[in-house]
Design a protein around this ligand. Structure first.
Ligand SMILES: Cc1ncc(COP(=O)(O)O)c(C=O)c1O
Length: 443
């Protein structure tokens, strides 16, 4: 069916749009169309307002449509719509790089801009490989990811991804190996934050390095807290142990903080929460409160300095994107950081954490619940799958929540939650009441 060029009605689907990570056939049967957003709420095409318990897609940490961010984007669009970042720059890029590095742990002193989490991770992987080559270790090209890791959809991120379904269809990836998920469902089920025991699970890295010659490994890439793969908090001390092992073998440690950055765990980044400084950190999502696409890599001074010291002439890092440091994204990012600061949203996440944790774990014994994990302002609920195709129960529970006025995300039969950090205590109760009702009324 073809449509003319007239403005589409909110529920007029046409056939031109091919959507990411969506069953197009199911979507056409039951389209979820959203027409507006404000604060904690989305407006659906039928006019209903629902609580957004996912901060969009783990990104709108300050809530939707925040006036200072909207205004900054408007102003930037009028002043400097675009400028290349190849051999030139603009004050917004300089200011935003400085602001991000000031927020980061000491040593992460340089920001390279991209446009998404996928680009940030691919950039980080290239920085790591280039670093080794420049410092006389060109044989270090292999990458180590982790089971259930999600690092976007570029070929670099996909290579370290630990989600088989995402990798299956796309041919050979970069040379990589994977750590096991540091989570023992027998001992760790229903965790409230990081399990106390289990730091030793990081020794799986030593075991991998006994198979893959460490002198061939460029980097270990992990999310400090596994996010899209199902919110798995790392055991206490696990990340520090990874750091030690990487140091012992001259391997760079890359934290993918695309979800954990910007207050999810009550600190600017998970690195500060864990007390572990990676060599490279990938950022996106909350970097602009989701308002303009942007990603960034923060690089440790020793990595950046090596590029400067070992490149005899010309361009030190032959990489970049047309829209790196786009003026609208930098303006949105600067305004976003100011909203986070002025409203104390990272501290707010810390204050809300205990209530979030107890409201979530009140569902531990609800029907269908196999496991429930919380950390910071994140939660995942594993549901017993129904007979038949996987994901049916998860989809039904998400639909029942929506009917009750709360948008949650079903990832197969796991429900994930990651609300804007401006959520109120009452709204936290509304979210978990809706889930309790959905769990007890959905077969
Ligand atoms: C940890 C992590 N890394 C990378 C990405 C990819 O980000 P993007 O979708 O912006 O490319 C995501 C997206 O969900 C993510 O959660």
């Amino acid at each position: 069916m073809r449509h003319g060029t007239g403005a589409a009605q909110p529920n007029d689907l046409g056939d031109a749009l091919w959507m990411p990570f969506t069953s197009m056939r199911q979507f056409r049967d039951a389209p979820l169309m959203i027409t507006a957003a404000e604060g904690m709420h989305y407006t659906l095409a039928d006019g209903r307002r629902v609580i957004d318990a996912m901060a969009g897609l783990w990104c709108v940490n300050a809530g939707h449509g925040r006036a200072p961010i909207v205004e900054a984007i408007r102003k930037a669009a009028g002043e400097l719509d675009f400028v290349s970042s190849f051999r030139m720059s603009h004050p917004g890029a300089v200011a935003f790089a400085r602001a991000l590095t000031e927020l980061a742990p000491p040593g992460l002193d340089h920001a390279f801009f991209a446009n998404s989490g996928s680009e940030a991770i691919d950039t980080a992987i290239k920085i790591a490989r280039g670093y080794h080559r420049l410092t006389g270790n060109g044989g270090r090209t292999k990458l180590i990811g982790r089971a259930k890791g999600y690092h976007g959809m570029g070929f670099g991120g996909l290579s370290v991804s630990g989600i088989g379904r995402h990798r299956r269809d796309f041919g050979p990836l970069l040379d990589s190996a994977h750590l096991p998920l540091p989570y023992d469902p027998q001992r760790m089920r229903f965790p409230h934050g990081s399990p106390a025991e289990g730091a030793g699970m990081a020794d799986a890295l030593e075991a991998l390095l006994a198979i893959h010659d460490p002198a061939t490994v460029a980097a270990v890439v992990v999310e400090p807290v596994t996010g899209s793969g199902g919110v798995y908090p790392p055991p206490q001390g696990y990340l520090a142990r990874l750091r030690e092992i990487c140091d012992r073998h001259g391997i760079l440690l890359i934290f993918d903080e695309v979800i954990t950055g910007f207050g999810r765990l009550g600190t600017p980044f998970a690195a500060q929460w864990a007390g572990v400084v990676p060599d490279l950190m990938a950022l996106a999502k909350g970097i602009t409160n989701g308002a303009v696409p942007m990603g960034a890599v923060l690089a440790h001074a020793r990595v950046f300095d090596a590029y400067m010291a070992h490149s005899p002439e010309g361009i030190e890092f032959a990489h970049g994107y047309t829209y790196s440091a786009h003026p609208l994204a930098c303006a949105a990012g600067l305004a976003t950081l100011e909203v986070y600061r002025a409203e104390g949203l990272f501290e707010r996440a810390n204050l809300l954490w205990p209530l979030w944790d107890s409201a979530a774990h009140a569902l531990d014994h609800a029907p269908h619940v196999l496991d429930l994990r919380t950390i910071g302002m994140l939660c995942a609920i594993d549901l017993a799958p129904r007979a038949g195709p996987p994901g049916a129960r998860g989809a039904d529970i998400a639909r029942a929540c929506l009917d009750a006025g709360v948008l949650v995300r079903a990832s197969g039969d796991t429900i994930v939650l990651s609300p804007p950090l401006v959520i109120t205590e009452d709204q936290i109760r509304v979210v978990f009441d809706a889930l309790a009702h959905a769990l007890s009324t959905t077969p």
